[in-house]
Design a protein around this ligand. Structure first.
Ligand code: SIN
Length: 186
């Protein structure tokens, strides 16, 4: 189901008084940086795993044929690698719009390769949001991704672009690469 978290996110203005804010991206935000940023650095967060469990009715699918995009699920001891962007607060508005189908701004510590850390935001779609699809067998998820298309393009491009961005970052993500292999088998 399509929802709109924009208004809720605007209330979650944890860092709005800061001159700059770190935002951690783990999905399309890794490979599609169509927003202004001051700096970007590869980074990771702990305690979360990336999963194709969120429905996309507005970008990579439609209301009647939703696609699948990634969100995070809590897993003790897990590490999720991605890309951190240092932005100015005015860039939160376009990000809220882009992530409006179920994602909420959450605060997270993020870790950089040089051992430094920063507190920042991550857009997370939890299992209680109406667009959440949850787990499904790998072949069913791959079939759905192979056929869904939305205003931002084919769902398959989302998966293959994410997989190739993770390879560029030298990140091994078993869930993403297994799904990509399954997609190529179809
Ligand atoms: C993210 O990339 O961090 C959030 C999910 C998405 O937009 O694909």
């Amino acid at each position: 189901m399509l929802i709109d978290t924009t208004a809720i996110n605007q209330q979650r203005n944890h860092f709005d008084d800061s001159a700059d804010i770190w935002v951690f991206g783990y999905g399309s935000l890794i490979w599609k940086a169509d927003f202004a940023y001051l700096e970007r650095r590869s980074a990771y967060i702990t305690g979360w795993e990336r999963r194709f469990w969120q429905g996309s009715h507005d970008h990579r699918g439609t209301l009647s044929a939703p696609g699948r995009v990634v969100t995070l699920t809590p897993v003790e001891g897990a590490i999720c690698h991605g890309m951190a962007y240092r932005i100015t607060p005015d860039t939160l508005a376009p990000l809220d719009h882009r992530e409006k189908n179920g994602y909420l701004r959450e605060i997270t510590p993020m870790h950089f390769a040089d051992g430094s850390q920063a507190q920042g935001l991550v857009y997370m779609a939890t299992e209680d949001n109406p667009a959440f699809l949850g787990p499904a067998p790998l072949d069913a998820m791959a079939l759905q991704i192979a056929s869904a298309v939305g205003p931002s393009g084919p769902n398959r491009d989302y998966l293959t672009n994410l997989a190739s961005a993770l390879r560029d970052l030298q990140v091994d993500d078993a869930h993403i690469f297994a799904l990509e292999q399954q997609l190529h088998r179809l």
